[in-house]
Each structure stands twice: as C-alpha cells, then as structure tokens.
Design a protein around this ligand. Structure first.
Ligand SMILES: [Zn+2]
Length: 319
C-alpha cells in the first residue's frame, strides 16, 4: 500500500505550549508544527512568523494577548514558506520585515508554494479562504537590521547567515536574553525540509554563523525550545548531521551513476534510525533527496515546487 501523500493524512490537532523565555520573550511551540514567537519592546511588540492563515494567526495572537496588550509594530518573516507567511494580515502591522531574497522568492514562486504547501499540509491551513493573497514584505535587508527595543531592553538583531533552508533565511537574535529564533535553519527534534535548500552552504558556513551567536536558548522552526548551551549545541549538531548524512548518501549514489530511487533508499536507511520518528520525516525526505540530487546535477537555484511536481516526486520515491 502506498504512503499517504506528504502530511495529507496528519489531521490530529497538536497541543500548543506558550513558553516565556524571559521578560517579554515568547515562543509558541506545537509538537513539531511550525513555531512562532514574539518579543516585547517598551512600547510595541515584534512578532516572528505569521502562520499559514489569518485564522491560525489570530489563535496565536489571542494567546499572546494574555501576556501583553502592546501593539504589534513589526512582523518578522524568517523565510518565504507559505505556512509561515500567509497569515500575516491578522497582525495588521505597519512593517513586515524579511530578507531581500525572501521578497524575491515570494514574487517568483509564492503562488506555486501556496498551492504546494496547502496540498502537503492541509491541517495547518485553518480556514484557507481567510488568506487575502500573498504576503509582501514592506522592509527588506541584505545583511543585518537592528530594532531598538527602548528602555533597558536592548536591541533585536535580524541577521542573514548565508544560504540554507532557502536562499533568504534570517535569524532573530535577542542579545539581552541570549535567545535566538532560528527559523527553519535549525530544527530541534523535527526532521529537516531541504526541498529549497543549499545543502553544502547550510551544513558548513551558515550553521557556523548560527552557532557563533552563542545562544543559551534557541527556538527552531519546529519542535521544542532548546534551553541551555548544551541543548542549543545539540540542536545545531543534529541539524548539521542530518544534512551531512543526506549529502553523503545521496552523493555516493549520484557519483556511481545510480538512480534517484536508490539515493532515496540509501538516505532513508541512514537517517531513519535517528530521525525516522520525528515529525514530518517521511513527508520531507522525498523532496529533500530530489533537491540534493538536483544540486549534485549542478542546478544551483532550486526548481519551483508545484502540486504536480510534488506528486510526481512522491510517486517516484514513496510508493
Ligand atoms: Zn520552511
């Protein structure tokens, strides 16, 4: 019997946990569903990630409003993926901040990605008819952007660490608390999605740059918050290892002129003992192997995922 496509059969609601990581620092995790966060300034709030729909975003904002009634001034998007951007209208903010390549990717492939992610992860798209359209960043940057928080709260630093999960990921660093919101560049006890990734950059210089912040708490893209330097180091290390094993296994099959199916089988066998029980492992791996293979073929810029291409790759590898 063939496996259900991606996460299309994953329909059970996940338990959400709002964690307070310091005075005015919040993360909402949900058993492997995409995480969101917020940081209080003196007079306003910065929200991090928007969820898949305005209805899903409002549910998060209701929880945040139990802690603060300050207005949300900035919405930060760590990258372009639909499940993190399409709920943006719920925040009703003057500024939506992202990397300049994220703005480019939304223009280039936002529509296709919306359709692709809706098909892959329908449960995350609560009331999809509430999405008014694509989310357009109003403020973009290439390297670093600082938001002063006022009073004694210090600054919030938005930083580009190199190509990784996508061409335009950023991290959000709160030096006063040692908290790093890493987006999908780091996963803590969740499998990696690398369908739009630059595997070599991500596994080397980009994760080195992420580690260099020396965070003592890390909110990854999915999974629980890593608390303490050891846990942060472990989350980064297991992210790197996933990429290293994927590159090695797919690379070996590619080098001997094997097939994509053989590469998938090798990567699955090598990764499943450690990562197979983690959220979205079976969902992600066919797309991860395809992208890794494309990179080995010399295709630098990731081909666009569409519902049709999703199903083709799935049928080829996960039946
Ligand atoms: Zn993502």
């Amino acid at each position: 019997m063939s496996k259900p496509f991606a996460s299309s059969a994953d329909l059970d609601a996940k338990a959400e946990t709002l964690e307070v990581l310091g005075d005015g620092v919040y993360a909402l995790t949900a058993e492997g569903d995409p995480n969101v966060g917020a940081v209080e300034a003196e007079d306003f709030v910065v929200c991090i990630e928007a969820r898949a729909t305005p209805v899903a975003a409002h549910a998060w904002l209701r929880q945040l409003r139990e802690h603060t009634d300050k207005p949300v001034r900035y919405l930060v998007l760590t990258h372009y993926h639909a499940v993190r951007t399409l709920g943006a209208s719920a925040f009703d903010v003057p500024e939506i901040i992202a990397h300049e390549r994220t703005a480019f990717l939304i223009a280039e492939r936002g529509e296709a990605d919306w359709a692709s992610e809706l098909g892959r992860m329908p449960r995350l798209f609560r009331s999809p008819e509430s999405i008014p359209g694509l989310t357009w960043p109003t403020l973009t940057f290439s390297d670093r952007l600082t938001i002063p928080l006022g009073g004694r709260r210090g600054t919030l630093e938005l930083a580009y660490c190199g190509r990784g999960h996508t061409a335009g990921d950023i991290v959000v660093w709160l030096p006063a608390h040692g908290v790093l919101f890493a987006g999908d560049l780091v996963e803590s006890a969740a499998a990696l999605y690398t369908g739009d990734a630059f595997h070599t950059d991500w596994a080397t210089s980009t994760l080195d740059a992420v580690a260099a912040f020396g965070a003592t708490a890390l909110v990854g893209g999915r999974g629980p918050v890593a608390r303490g330097s050891d846990a942060v180091g472990a989350a980064i290390a297991q992210t790197r290892r996933f990429l290293d094993v994927l590159r090695a296994e797919v690379g070996a099959v590619h080098a001997r002129d094997g097939t994509l199916r053989e590469a998938f089988a090798a990567a699955h066998a090598a990764l499943a003992p450690t990562y197979g029980g983690w959220p979205i492992f079976e969902h992600c791996l066919p797309f991860d192997v395809q992208r890794c293979w494309d990179e080995l073929d010399g295709i630098d810029w990731p081909p666009i995922w569409t519902p049709e291409r999703d199903r083709e790759v799935w049928a080829q590898l996960q039946d």
